[in-house]
Design a protein around this ligand. Structure first.
Ligand code: FES
Length: 94
């Protein structure tokens, strides 16, 4: 069975899952490491997309948009900026 930890392919499968989890924009293969600087520098999804080149792949941001929005929301929560938390809760930017 492929989910058996004693299977030699198990570790490789786990590493693949970890790599996929680290990709924010699946369409363009853009990793979290490239998106985080844009999250730090920007306050909205449009600016993050411009800086990190996310959101313009095949799904046009339908998959990465919610992830970017969640990251922005977390940033604003950490900063205690309630007005920006509300902005990132608004769906009009997607
Ligand atoms: S996942 Fe980013 S454009 Fe599709």
């Amino acid at each position: 069975m492929s989910n058996d930890p004693t299977n030699p392919d198990f570790d490789e499968k786990i590493e693949r899952i970890k790599r996929l989890a680290m990709v924010v924009c699946i369409c363009k293969g853009i990793p979290l490491g490239k998106v985080l600087p844009a999250i730090k520098a920007c306050d909205n999804i449009a600016d993050v997309n411009r800086m990190a080149a996310t959101g313009n792949g095949g799904c046009k941001g339908q998959r990465c948009g919610p992830r970017i929005k969640m990251l922005l929301r977390k940033k604003h929560e950490l900063q205690g900026d309630n007005s920006k938390i509300l902005e990132t809760t608004d769906d009009s930017e997607e």
